[in-house]
Ligand binder design. Structure first.
Ligand code: GTP
Ligand code: MG
Length: 368
């Protein structure tokens, strides 16, 4: 127990001791963390609270998954080359943007919490179809409330999250709120999984490799590993690791997703997008496409103009990937390909299966 903690800390701790459900415990622990001392001496206390939070969130997510496999849950059928989720506080303009970018006709209104279930539509980006989903508005504590856990579980499988930040309201508070609710739902945004790996062993207790990277007392991490059921294991780090990083890695329910932050209502304030004046809408489409790391590749038959629509591939994909997408037998019969565009040294360059493609390349595949 911290000697010099704020009275609020002890109040939160009391709440935690009285809590009976996982949700109540989580809310109390999150309260404890927010008022726990931040000085160096309290580092272990904070790590301990975080580890408890991460274990409970993991438990909550597992319970939810177990429940949802028997009952009908909320799903939106994935369509197109990628899926993108819009999240914001109420009234930031999610529905307006969805209606601007896609064929969807969601309800748009001045009153709060207009959208109560996820809405979706398809953006046609120069022939590449991208599914856009509006999440009902985020509010403090929603991650554990009502249908939100099922909404968030859908987000876990998505390709990109976009925070729409209302320029007419405090921006930092919005970002913090959104980030914290996603974190409660076990979704880390724009973060990389810490480079630490845990391998179970038959015997030998807990061993550490890369000692200089562990920035904590190893007896604390060993305790933590044992509570997660690791009695014999090798822990290898490839970069500096905190106790909190280790707790994250031990929590198998965490997913990592890319994030874009876009400001709305630029016709009133700021330099973001506006659905009223259609400002920066085309730029946003380009940004979505690029952040998804998608590329468009056009196929072509000899002596003809290229086909439409393009095939959507990812940065770094090779001719082989394109061949596989076109037909499963294409690779076997592949002889060579001719390329026009950014990846070609000259028009109609002859290349093999391992040639790396770029956005807007035109490819003519020749078979045996
Ligand atoms: N001035 C201005 N108003 C906007 C813009 N985008 C949306 N609005 C207005 O803001 C209000 C809320 O817009 P919605 O698109 O319904 O916002 P939402 O984020 O979907 O709201 P909820 O579903 O309630 O969370 C409406 O009155 C819109 O007309 C914009 O770019 N400029
Ligand atoms: Mg809406």
């Amino acid at each position: 127990m911290p000697i010099n903690a704020h009275p609020d800390y002890f109040k939160a701790e009391e709440k935690y001791n009285k809590a009976s459900t996982i949700q109540e415990k989580l809310i109390a622990l999150e309260g404890m963390l927010s008022v726990a001392p931040s000085h160096k001496g309290a580092e272990n206390l904070r790590a301990e609270i975080k580890s408890k939070i991460s274990k409970l969130r993991e438990q909550l997510e597992k319970n939810r998954q177990a429940k949802s496999s028997s009952k009908a849950t909320f799903t939106i059928k994935k369509e197109g080359a990628a899926q993108v989720v819009f999240a914001s506080i109420t009234n930031a303009g999610k529905s307006s943007l969805l209606a601007t970018l896609t064929n969807a006709k969601p309800l748009i209104a001045e009153y709060k919490f207009t959208t109560t279930r996820p809405e979706h539509g398809i953006l046609d980006y120069h022939g590449v179809l991208i599914q856009l989903i509006e999440l009902p508005a985020i509010f403090e504590g929603c991650a554990y409330k009502g249908e939100y856990p099922t909404f968030f579980s859908m987000v876990r499988g998505t390709d990109l999250v976009i925070f729409l930040i209302d320029s007419t309201v405090n921006e930092t508070e919005q970002i913090e709120l959104l980030q914290s609710e996603f974190e409660k739902a076990q979704i880390k945004l724009n973060a990389k999984r810490p480079k630490v790996f845990i391998k179970r062993q038959g015997t030998g207790g807990i061993e550490y490799m890369g000692a200089k990277y562990f920035k904590f007392d190893l007896s604390d991490s060993t305790k933590m590993l044992i509570t997660h059921g690791y009695h014999n294991a090798v822990i290898t780090a490839f970069e500096s690791i905190t106790l909190e990083d280790l707790a994250d890695v031990l929590n198998e329910s965490i997913v990592y997703l890319p994030l874009l932050i876009i400001k709305t209502k630029s016709d009133i304030k700021g330099n973001g997008i506006s659905t009223k004046t259609k400002t920066n809408i085309e730029k946003l489409k380009d940004e979505i496409f690029q952040t998804l790391k998608l590329i468009r590749v056009y196929t072509k038959s000899p002596g003809k103009k290229h086909d439409w629509p393009p095939v959507a591939l990812h940065d770094g994909d090779e001719v082989a990937t394109l061949a596989k997408v076109i037909h499963k037998d294409f690779i076997k019969r592949f002889s060579f390909a001719r390329i026009w565009g950014k990846s070609a040294k000259h028009d109609g360059q002859k290349v093999g299966l391992e040639h790396e493609l770029m956005d807007e390349d035109i490819v003519e595949i020749h078979t045996k």
